[in-house]
Ligand binder design. Structure first.
Ligand code: PLP
Length: 398
C-alpha cells in the first residue's frame, strides 16, 4: 500500500513540474514569401480544424471522390488514378517512381536544378539504370536537346521538372509528350510548384505520371502529395513482373481504398483531406485560368518593380516562373542579413539559394493565396526602403 502511494506521489510530482515547464504554444505571424510552404487560406485552416470522422465513413468516402474530381480539374486530366498521397510532395514523387520503374530499365532525368537530382536519386534507389542530361541552373531544355537524348538513351521513362523551385525556371512543355510517345517512353513530370499557379495540362501535354504538393500553389499546409497516373503508366504497372517495392505508396493497393472496393489500406489523414478539399474548391471557384492570370499579373508587377529598383532577376523573362522568382543578390549586399531582418522585423520569410545558387539569389514565392497585389507592394516597398541598409560599402568600394 505504502509503496503504491509513494509511486503515485512521485508521478504526481513529476506531473506538476511538467505542467510548470510545458506551456501551450502560439505561432508567430508570418508572411511566407519563400519557396514554400505558402500561407494557408483561412477557409482551409477552418476546414482542417473540423472534427475528424472515420476513414471509411460514408461522408468521408464521398469527400474522397470530390477531392479526386477537383484534383482532376486542377490538373486538367481524366486520369482515373488521381489521388493525394498521404505525405508531402516528395512522397508523391517517390510514388511516381516506385510505381513505374522496374529494375535495370533506363530512366532519363533532365536536370536543371535541385529537384532533378532528387528524381535521379530516387530512380537509382529503385534499381533503374539512370541517365541524365543537364543544363545550368536558371536555364531550360530545348526540344531538340530532349529529342537527341531520347534517341541516344531510349529510356523507359523520361523525367523532368516543370517548375524548378530551386531556379525559378518554367520548362516549356510543348512537344515533349509527342516525343516521348514516339520513343515509347513514359513522361514523368514534377508539377509541385506549377499546380494551381501556372498553366498545366496533364492530358493535353500527354503526361503519363505527375505529382505535386499541398503547400505551394494550393495554399494548404504541407502533408498531402497529389499524384496522377495516366493509362499508359497504368498499363505498365499492370504488366510489371515484380511487386511495387514500396508498400505504402503502391497505387494498386491504394486504389482499392480510393477506388470502388473501399478497403482499408492505411488510416487516411482525414483532416488534411478536409483541408485540400477546401483548397481545391477555392481554386475551382476562382477558376483555373483566372488563378493562372492572377499569378502572372502579380509576378509581372513584382519583376517590373524589382528591376526598376536596379535588381537583376536570374532567369530570362521568357522562362520565368510566376510562382517563384530568383533575384540575384547584389555583390555589395549581405543577402542573408537582409532575409533575417525581414523575418525578425517584419515576419516575412524570403528563401535563400540552393545548390549552385547558394548565396547568389533570394527566392521569392508568390503562390496561391499569397499571390496578391498587396503582398507585391509590401515586399517591393521593403526592398526599396530597407535593402540599402544592408549594402556593405567596403565591399562595394573594393
Ligand atoms: C517542394 C518541392 C518538392 C518536394 O516537395 P515536399 O513537399 O517538400 O516533399 C519537389 N519538387 C519541387 C519542384 C518542389 O518545389
Amino acid at each position: 500500500m505504502s509503496m503504491a502511494l509513494q509511486t503515485k506521489q512521485t508521478l504526481f510530482d513529476i506531473d506538476q513540474s511538467h505542467k510548470k515547464t510545458c506551456n501551450p504554444f502560439s505561432v508567430p505571424k508570418r508572411l511566407l514569401l519563400g519557396p514554400g510552404p505558402s500561407n494557408s487560406h483561412p477557409d482551409v485552416l477552418k476546414a482542417l480544424s473540423l472534427p475528424p470522422v472515420g476513414h471509411l465513413d460514408p461522408f468521408y468516402i464521398e469527400l474522397m471522390a470530390e477531392v479526386q474530381e477537383l484534383l482532376r480539374y486542377a490538373w486538367q486530366t481524366n486520369n482515373r488514378l488521381t489521388l493525394p498521397m498521404s505525405g508531402t510532395g516528395s512522397a508523391a514523387m517517390e510514388a511516381t517512381i516506385a510505381n513505374s520503374v522496374e529494375p535495370n530499365e533506363i530512366v532519363l532525368v533532365a536536370k536543371k536544378g535541385y529537384f532533378g537530382s532528387r528524381l535521379e536519386d530516387m530512380a537509382g534507389r529503385y534499381g533503374a539504370n539512370v541517365k541524365t542530361i543537364e543544363k545550368p541552373w536558371g536555364h531550360a531544355f530545348a526540344l531538340d536537346e530532349i529529342q537527341a537524348a531520347l534517341e541516344m538513351y531510349k529510356p523507359s521513362i523520361f523525367a523532368i521538372v516543370h517548375a524548378e523551385t530551386s531556379t525559378g525556371v518554367c520548362q516549356p512543355m510543348d512537344g515533349i509528350g509527342d516525343l516521348c510517345r514516339k520513343f515509347d517512353s513514359l513522361l514523368l513530370v514534377d508539377t509541385v510548384t506549377s499546380l494551381g499557379g501556372v498553366p498545366l495540362f496533364i492530358d493535353k501535354w500527354k503526361i503519363d505520371l505527375a505529382y505535386s504538393c499541398s503547400q505551394k500553389g494550393l495554399s494548404c499546409p504541407p502533408g498531402l502529395g497529389p499524384f496522377t497516373m495516366g493509362p499508359r503508366a497504368e498499363e505498365k504497372l499492370a504488366l510489371r513482373k515484380g511487386q511495387v517495392p514500396n508498400w505504402y505508396l503502391d497505387v494498386s493497393l491504394l486504389n482499392k481504398y480510393w477506388g470502388s472496393d473501399r478497403v482499408y489500406h492505411h488510416t487516411a489523414p482525414v483532416n488534411m483531406n478536409f483541408g485540400i478539399r477546401e483548397a481545391l474548391r477555392l481554386l475551382a471557384n476562382e477558376g483555373l485560368e483566372q488563378a493562372w492570370t492572377r499569378h502572372k499579373i502579380n509576378a509581372q508587377r513584382l519583376w517590373n518593380g524589382l528591376e526598376s529598383l536596379g535588381l537583376e532577376l536570374h532567369v530570362s523573362e521568357d522562362l520565368r516562373l510566376p510562382t517563384l522568382t530568383t533575384i540575384r543578390i547584389p555583390a555589395d549586399v549581405d543577402g542573408k542579413a537582409f532575409s533575417l531582418h525581414l523575418l525578425n522585423e517584419h515576419g516575412i520569410e524570403l528563401g535563400g539559394g540552393l545548390g549552385d545558387l547558394s548565396g547568389k539569389v533570394w527566392r521569392l514565392g508568390l503562390m496561391g493565396y499569397n499571390s496578391t497585389l498587396d503582398n507585391v507592394n509590401l515586399i517591393l516597398n521593403l526592398f526599396e526602403t530597407e535593402l540599402p541598409r544592408f549594402k556593405n560599402n567596403s565591399v562595394a568600394a573594393s
